[in-house]
Ligand binder design. Structure first.
Ligand code: ADP
Length: 395
């Protein structure tokens, strides 16, 4: 059997996994354990067209991983026969020091724990996932693949906050950027789709999922990205605010009497589309707008306004762009968002083909008009494949 990599993405109460063949790009199996630690958890396994699921209490992440392998075994696939050569772990933040795909040892785990403050919502569950997986699969190399990696060498002008320089240096405060595996993968796929060397292309990639980020890429190297020190900066997201005047936070703390924790929760979980309109799923947002829901309408307008601002900013940063690519849940599926983000930009060289944009096609596709100087693409992201391939570079 060809080499496979098990890619894990561990959340606070969930564990997503995918069994990838990095060489062929084939995903053999994928699944999810949800509501870990709650009354009823659900484990699902998809193998080709077969789908199995099981409900029951799963106390912790270790039990989640073991139950997953039980489910593998019950469907006749034993761990030893899967061709596993590594386990890849998606880690959001590696700070200044960790960014290349890194074989995890005890020292790396310790460093990752120390970095928890940089990404308090994302890093601790990732570390938990790593610790559990190292116990359950002790004979395999475990590789941490960082969301920040692609943006590690951002030009200083884009990576630096205009704040007290010494303070920033002392506390490693810079713009790190996130969703790096996706931006890198999608920009490579865009070059392949256009049959052009990536070195020759200026690109804007719009990763619009629950988390959302934009990047400007010149010749394969990122020159700016919308997320910064944490994954909170930039575009409006499902539940995160994106850009917000830091004065608002000081005001909420000093005058409204909110604690730091309350402010953090508000920014991460009660903001964005959810905070404005009570809903993160764009399918429902559109339904609500059609039924006259003004809050949903405003949320959508704020979302689109911010997105257009970033497209304009990155056009200016790049001078011109050859290609704009939409990816992730909203970017791949929501024709209205794509249309509203780019309508009226013909004077800037961007023109959609309405028919191509509205087509329910899946897979990589062009949606710009033939005469549009800038090509607009939709390319499904595949972070798991990118992580699996990154793992192979170190094992
Ligand atoms: P995550 O950041 O959690 O990985 P995804 O990239 O999976 O998110 O995107 C999830 C979001 O994609 C959903 O919340 C929803 O808003 C949007 N989405 C998914 N399918 C569709 C669709 N068919 N039409 C519009 N939006 C969609």
């Amino acid at each position: 059997m060809a080499d496979t990599v098990l890619v894990l993405n561990s959340g606070s109460s969930s564990l997503k996994y995918q069994l990838m063949q990095p060489d062929t790009g084939i995903s053999l199996a994928s699944g999810l354990v949800e509501r870990i630690g709650e009354e009823t958890s659900t484990v699902t396994l998809k193998w080709g067209n077969e789908e199995t699921s099981r409900d029951g209490r799963i106390a912790d992440h270790e039990a989640a991983l073991r139950t997953t392998f039980d489910l593998f075994a019950e469907s006749g696939r034993h761990l030893d026969d899967l061709g596993l050569v590594a386990v890849g772990h998606r880690v959001v933040h590696g700070g200044q020091a960790l960014y290349r795909p890194t074989i995890v040892d005890d020292a790396v785990v310790t460093t990752l724990k120390e970095l928890a403050a940089l990404a308090p919502l994302h890093n601790p569950p990732a570390v938990l996932g790593i610790e559990v997986a190292r116990r359950v699969l002790p004979d395999l190399p475990h590789i941490a693949v960082f969301d920040t990696a692609f943006f590690h060498d951002l030009p200083s002008a884009a990576a630096t906050y205009a704040m007290d320089r010494e303070l920033a240096q002392r506390w490693d405060i810079r713009r790190y950027g996130f969703h790096g595996t996706s931006h890198q993968y999608v920009s490579q796929q865009a070059a392949q789709f256009l049959d052009a060397p990536i070195e020759s292309l200026n690109q804007i990639v719009l990763h619009l999922g629950n988390g959302a980020s934009a990047s400007a890429i010149a010749g394969g190297r990122p020159v700016d990205t919308s997320m910064g020190f944490t994954p909170m900066e930039g575009l409006v997201m499902g539940t995160r605010s994106g850009d917000i005047d830091p004065g608002v936070l000081i005001y909420l703390w000093r005058t409204a009497g909110m604690s730091v924790e309350e402010i953090e929760t508000m920014l991460n979980r009660h903001s964005g589309m959810y905070g404005l309109g009570g809903e993160i799923d764009f399918r429902v947002v559109h339904e609500r707008i059609e039924s006259g829901d003004e809050a949903a309408q405003l949320a959508y307008e704020v979302y689109i306004h911010r997105l257009r601002k970033y497209v304009g900013a990155y056009l200016a940063v790049l001078g011109h762009t050859d290609v704009v690519t939409f990816t992730a849940g909203v970017g791949e599926n929501d024709a209205r968002v794509r249309r509203d983000a780019l309508t009226g930009l013909a004077p800037l060289g961007i023109e959609l083909d309405e028919h191509l944009n509205d087509s329910p096609a899946r897979g990589a596709r062009r949606i710009s008009a033939d005469k549009s100087p800038t090509t607009v693409l939709v390319i499904p992201t595949n972070e798991e494949l990118a992580i699996a391939q990154a793992c192979l570079t170190v094992v």
